[in-house]
Unconditional design. Structure first.
Lengths: 216, 216
DNA sequence: GTGAAACATGAGTCAACATTCAAGTTAGAA
DNA sequence: TTCTAACTTGAATGTTGACTCATGTTTCAC
C-alpha cells in the first residue's frame, strides 16, 4: 500500500488549509506516521467508522498528538483526497507520456489507472467516499481531471488524431469509464490483468460499438 | 421529487428483509409517509447526518413509530436503494423499448437516465452513498445492470448490430459513462439538456475516438 | 549548558443519536 | 357493542467518539 509522504502535511491550498507544519525532526516523523495511519484507517473502515483513536493507535501516538497536527477529522481526510489526486496524476502521466497518440494514450492511461488503484485500494476508497464527506474536495478532484482530458482531446482534435466531438461530454464519459473499470477490475476483482481490461476497453474507446464495414 | 410508494415496505428479498407489513389502512399510510420522509432526509443530509428524529418529524409521526415499521436505520436505507433500482430500470426500459437497434438504444437510455436522475436527485444520492453504507446492496444494484447490459450486447452482437468485443468490460464501461454523465449533467448541472448530452455521448459510444476515414 | 518553544500524553468533557419500552389510543372483526 | 390486535407515543437509556486541556517531556538555537 502506498506510503503517504509527509509532504501532504505541507500543502497549503484551498482544500487543505492550515495543518500545522512541524518544526522539528521528531514532529515531521510523527506527522508522517499519522498521515499513513489515517490513510489506512479511513481506507479500511471508511470515514464514519474510522476513529481518531484508531488513527493514533496505528501510528503509535497519543490521542492528543493528532490535534497537534490537524484541526479535525475532516481535515486529514481532505488532505488525503488532495494527496491522492497528485499521486494519481503523477503515476498516469509518467506512463502515458511515451504514447504516440491520444487513442493509445487512453488505453495506456486506463491500464495505468487500474494498476494504480490495485496498488492503493485504501487511498482510492477515500477519494470515492469524499463525495459524501467533503463534496467540494471531490468535485475539485474531478475538475482537475476534466481539465486535463479536455486539453488532451482539444490538442488531439487539432492534430486530426481523433474525431471531432463535444470534448466536455467526452471527457466525463472517459472519466466515468475509467472510474468504474477501476472499481470493478481494480478494487472488486483482480482476476483480469489490467492490460486485458485496457485492451478490451481501448477497442471500445477507439471504435465504439459500430461494426466494421463489410469487406467486399 | 419521486413519490416512494408504500410498495417498498412490502418487498421481501434478501437486501430488505422483514420490514413489518402493516395490517390496517392507518398503518399503510404511516409506512408510506415514513418511506417518503426517509428518502428526503437521506437524500438531503446523507446517511450519517440523517437522523431518525428527522425522518419521523418530516413524516409527522412519533419517534417510536419508526420502529414499528423498520428494524433499523440501515434497513430503511437498503429498502430505498433496492426501490431505486426498480424505478430506474422501469423508467429506462419504457423509453428504450422502441429503439430500432442497440446503438440507438444506448443513446436513448442515457438520455432517459439523465432525465431520471434530474427528477430524483435525492434518491440517486442514496444509491451512490450505498457504496459506503451497504456495500452489498450497492453491488447488487450494479450487478443487475451488468447482467442487463451483457445480455443486450450479446443479443446485438449476434444480430451483427455491434462490433464484437468483451461484453463484460464494455458493460462496465457503459455503466461508468452513464453514472458519471448522470452525476455531472443530472445532479451537478442542468444547463445542458439531457438530449444534448446524450447526442454527444451517443456519437462517442457509436464511433469512438477514431476519425472518419478521409473521403477521396 | 540552558531555557523557551515544540511536542507528547490521555483522562475528562460534552453532545449527539439509535434504539427500547411501558403506557396509552384506535381500528375493525365478530 | 365489545374486545383484542394493531398501532402510537415520547421520555429514558446507553453508547460512542470527537475534541479540549493541564501537565509533563524533548528539542535545539544560542
Amino acid at each position: 500500500m502506498g506510503r503517504v509522504e509527509a509532504k501532504v502535511g505541507a500543502m497549503h491550498n484551498a482544500t487543505s488549509p492550515s495543518n500545522k507544519v512541524p518544526r522539528t525532526e521528531r514532529g515531521r516523523r510523527t506527522l508522517a506516521k499519522l498521515l499513513e495511519a489515517a490513510a489506512a484507517e479511513f481506507g479500511e473502515r471508511g470515514y464514519h467508522e474510522a476513529s481518531i483513536t484508531g488513527i493514533t493507535q496505528r501510528a503509535g501516538a497519543a490521542l492528543g498528538s493528532f490535534y497537534t497536527y490537524f484541526d479535525s477529522k475532516e481535515q486529514v481526510f481532505r488532505a488525503l483526497v488532495s494527496h491522492m489526486g497528485h499521486l494519481t496524476r503523477k503515476w498516469i502521466a509518467e506512463r502515458v507520456e511515451s504514447a504516440p497518440n491520444r487513442i493509445v494514450a487512453e488505453r495506456i492511461g486506463l491500464e495505468a489507472f487500474i494498476e494504480f488503484v490495485r496498488a492503493h485500494k485504501d487511498l482510492y476508497r477515500i477519494v470515492m467516499e469524499a463525495q459524501f464527506v467533503a463534496e467540494d474536495a471531490y468535485r475539485d478532484y474531478y475538475a482537475v481531471f476534466e481539465e486535463a482530458y479536455r486539453r488532451n482531446l482539444a490538442v488531439a482534435g487539432e492534430r486530426g488524431e481523433i474525431r471531432p466531438g463535444h470534448d466536455e461530454v467526452r471527457a466525463w464519459a472517459l472519466i466515468g469509464m475509467n472510474v468504474f473499470l477501476g472499481l470493478r477490475y481494480g478494487v472488486w476483482d483482480d482476476s483480469l490483468s489490467a492490460a486485458e481490461v485496457a485492451a478490451a476497453a481501448g477497442d471500445f474507446m477507439a471504435f465504439g460499438l459500430t461494426p466494421a464495414p463489410k469487406a467486399r
